[in-house]
Ligand binder design. Structure first.
Ligand code: ACO
Length: 419
């Protein structure tokens, strides 16, 4: 079977979207609106397709993403999305061909890492990706929380105000960037993201429903948090039984975060709250007088990270304590079985204000595959635990514990968006 795997052109786009929809088991034919949306969204120079006698049978695209890291800086990541191979062409190496090329180009460009949200867990480990952030979703039984339904709002001089989507578009982007500086694991939101999520840019022909939105303002009047939610308008026997679903809740300060949860939990008629994908250590359950009112409905990996430029990655973040650590990174995932871009032995000279990292000939403290470094980098996973799982090898006794002292973070990393 001769398959042409190549970068797509503008003319290929409807055929390419059809293949992506087919691979995702969706109704195949895209609407004109979806084609127009993807034309605006996609960087065609970084979109690949596989073509069999002119029919697109596999899709893949990547784009430049900014990922916030511990300490508040961001690294440039090669974000991978829209991966699909039609069921007629699976397990013949099409994904492997597309991802090998893309990761090689990303490494040549100097991207520090590649990122993705894995549809299924077993797909991407072989390509050097490791799960780097987790999410928890809760369903909250509002009456059991113990939150005073007469809760009147923030008591510290702050305030909560309803906003319309135009105001959300006005305040959201700058606020979210401030949140990214205090919360590692978050990825940047483009102008297309904001327009799509505020109804200004339709993705397809499905009607868009305007959500409810509020912002929190600090005592000084600065917008420092936002909450976007929908409710399902359900009544039973003349009693309100509405479930609110959180689409977005981000805040610069813990006070704003607490105020926004308490606001939502005291909106009349809302008896249940679905939180959406939150950090596993979200303030929510323990903010409640009765945390057991929040039942976990999802607990899963979310963002996967693949190191490409190990020194650039490790130098971008800060570390809670100072100290050296020598990492021997194995990366057999290069094209044709050659060593991948993350392979090598690196001396990390870490500290609270930053770090240096360079190749070294010194003996290693830990030997680990690139995927394990991807899991450890944002501080959400423990080297001691990975050693116990057999995924990290200690070359010196206690090295995994020392790695944890350097790499782990007080708050868990959180990626709020699925891309
Ligand atoms: C970031 C994102 O976009 S996530 C979305 C991913 N897409 C989907 O899940 C849609 C449905 N699935 C698909 O389209 C395809 O099955 C894909 C894209 C997951 C895999 O594409 P393929 O072309 O079949 O993968 P390829 O042939 O290169 O497989 C490489 C290896 O990974 C393995 N593999 C591929 N997919 C899977 C999977 N879903 N589960 C377990 N192993 C897998 C293959 O068996 C193969 O291993 P081997 O070399 O030991 O035999």
């Amino acid at each position: 079977m001769s398959l042409d795997v190549r970068t797509i052109t503008e003319d290929d786009l409807p055929n390419w979207i059809r293949a992506r929809r087919t691979g995702y088991v969706q109704s195949p034919t895209p609407s004109k609106t979806e084609v127009a949306f993807r034309r605006e969204l996609m960087d065609l120079a970084r979109a690949q397709g596989a073509f069999d006698a002119g029919r697109c049978v596999a899709t893949y695209r990547s784009f430049t993403q900014r990922l916030s890291v511990p300490g508040g800086a961001s690294v440039t990541a090669n974000a991978v999305s829209n991966v699909s191979v039609s069921a007629t062409h699976r397990r013949r190496g099409l994904l492997s061909r597309m991802i090998d090329r893309d990761l090689r180009e990303a490494a040549e460009r100097g991207d520090a890492a590649a990122t993705l949200i894995a549809a299924e867990y077993p797909i991407y480990g072989r390509f050097g990706f490791g799960p780097a952030t987790r999410v928890t979703e809760w369903e909250v039984d509002v009456f059991r929380t113990g939150v005073d339904p007469r809760h009147a709002g923030p008591g510290d001089g702050g305030r909560v105000d309803y906003v319309d989507v135009a105001e959300l578009r006005e305040h959201g982007p700058a606020l979210y960037e401030r949140v990214r500086a205090v919360r590692h694991g978050l990825v940047d939101r483009t102008d297309v993201w904001w327009r799509r999520n505020t109804g200004a840019l339709p993705m397809d022909d499905a009607p868009w429903t305007e959500p409810s939105a509020v912002v929190h303002r600090s005592a000084e009047g600065t917008v420092d948090g936002l909450l976007v939610f929908t409710a399902d308008d359900r009544w039973e026997a003349k009693l309100p039984h509405q479930t609110a679903t959180v689409l977005d809740l981000v805040a610069v300060s813990p006070a704003a975060e607490r105020a926004l949860w308490l606001f939502l939990l005291s909106v009349d008629w809302i008896t249940s709250v679905r939180t959406g994908y939150r950090a596993p250590d979200d303030l929510l359950p323990d903010l409640l007088p009765d945390p057991r009112a929040a039942r976990v409905v999802t607990d899963a990996d979310l963002l996967w990270l693949r190191p490409l430029d190990v020194p650039a990655l490790l130098e971008a973040r800060t570390y809670p304590v100072a100290g050296p650590l020598v990492l021997d990174v194995t990366d057999p995932a290069g094209p044709g079985g050659a060593s991948g871009p993350a392979a090598g032995r690196f001396l990390l000279d870490a500290g609270p204000d930053g770090a240096g990292c360079a190749r070294t000939a010194r003996p290693a403290d830990l030997t680990l595959p690139a995927a394990a470094l991807g899991s450890l980098f944002l501080g959400g996973e423990s080297a001691v635990r990975l050693a116990a799982l057999g995924r990290v090898a200690e070359e010196r006794p206690g090295a995994a514990g020392r790695a944890d002292a350097l790499l782990r973070t007080g708050r868990r990393p959180w990626c709020a968006d699925v891309f």
